[in-house]
Design a protein around this ligand. Structure first.
Ligand SMILES: Cc1cc2nc3c(=O)[nH]c(=O)nc-3n(C[C@H](O)[C@H](O)[C@H](O)COP(=O)(O)O)c2cc1C
Length: 188
């Protein structure tokens, strides 16, 4: 069972990365194979919007998006995590989301049966960010709302999320619930 987290914060020791690590730690303890991809560590260009995906066998842009997308589409469980930047996902996450236009044009659907969402804001914008991620999940995955687990919280400076015991418990529980849900899927 493979769980892939896509982390949209450029702060390596920031709140989003911390919370993702907590969730993956719980998932790993329950036997899942886990991986975190921090988008800022790779080259994921914005979509060029030429709208000609159909005439290419693979996306015309040769950066890291292709192999990251392959992992996203093949994972059993996925976590999408982003800080709130100007009332929405970070630019890194948005660029990655837009690059799904190629597999979308090839009618590819991601395999994961459960998706976790982690959002961190300093003060406001969680609802709009959550709406964006739900719309993205609607387009990429064949899952309903009941197969999505959401944890969001408030933290500003790096390290603040770690001091929020309730948030840490919630996100660790998200990791456990993803594994439990995938185990149930496999046994049904
Ligand atoms: C460019 C930028 C835009 C931000 N916009 C918002 C915002 O709209 N609403 C908000 O509550 N916090 C905003 N923040 C604060 C971050 O969401 C907050 O610091 C969060 O903890 C960052 O997560 P990280 O530590 O994982 O990078 C912004 C921060 C930056 C750098």
């Amino acid at each position: 069972m493979k769980i892939l987290a896509i982390a949209g914060s450029p702060r390596p020791k920031g709140n989003t990365n911390f919370l993702v690590d907590q969730a993956l730690d719980e998932a790993a303890k329950l036997g899942a194979e886990t991986e975190k991809i921090v988008l800022a560590q790779y080259k994921v260009n914005p979509c060029l919007g030429h709208d000609d995906c159909a005439s290419f066998a693979s996306c015309a842009q040769k950066d890291d998006a292709g192999w990251i997308l392959d992992k996203l589409y093949e994972a059993d469980g996925v976590i999408l995590a982003s800080p709130v930047y100007y009332y929405n996902v970070s630019a890194q996450m948005k660029a990655f989301m837009d690059r799904n236009f190629f597999p979308y044009n090839k009618s590819r659907q991601a395999k994961a049966r459960v998706v976790g969402i982690i959002i961190v804001a300093e003060a406001e914008g969680i609802e709009d960010t959550l709406h964006t991620l739900h719309q993205f999940i609607d387009s990429v995955f064949s899952i309903g709302k009941s197969q999505r687990l959401v944890v969001s919280g408030y933290a500003g400076r790096a390290g603040e999320a770690a001091k929020d015991a309730k948030l840490v418990t919630e996100v660790r529980s998200l990791g456990q619930k993803i594994v439990a849900s995938l185990k149930k899927e496999l046994s049904d």
